[in-house]
Design a protein around this ligand. Sequence first.
Ligand code: CMX
Length: 136
Amino acid sequence: MKPSHIEHIGIAVIDLEASIAFYEKVFDLTCYKIEEVPEQKVRTAFFMIGETKLELLESTETEGPVGKFIEKKGEGIHHLAFAVPNIEEQLKHAEKNGIKLIDCKPRKGAEGLDIAFLHPKSTAGVLIEICEDKKV
Ligand code: CMX
């Protein structure tokens, strides 16, 4: 599969409002959206740095994926999201090539994107999300 660009960098945070204030104060960035994704048990906040998007992720439940991550590793970089064309085909291709999938089919993520995660055990320890914006 060939991603076109990094769609976003996901950062796990304990306190979304405090982290938004940090990025706004220290880096003079503007949070352009806060969105809850109940299915993923997260609240997200978005910033653009030039053409690169940062996604802050706060867990809404300790048992959610981000809550578990923070409990184990603390705050920090959580995942990289690669924009790909035809996400369904990419998932089939990845599976055929022995990559363990977290999502066999795309589901809806923040900002209306179709998203799917590849398991970090299959991707050298980096949680990789592939995503497609079907609206464009
Ligand atoms: N980066 C690297 N490794 C990770 C990881 C991460 N972000 N999250 C978990 N792992 C590792 C764990 O440390 C664990 O390793 P060990 O077995 O060596 O202890 C292993 O992966 C399994 O982790 P787990 O939490 O015990 O088990 P699960 O398989 O249930 O969950 C994962 C792992 C990655 C599937 C889960 O954390 C997940 O689904 N994350 C994605 C959810 C997410 O980020 N949603 C936000 C989407 C918002 C959007 O962008 O739209």
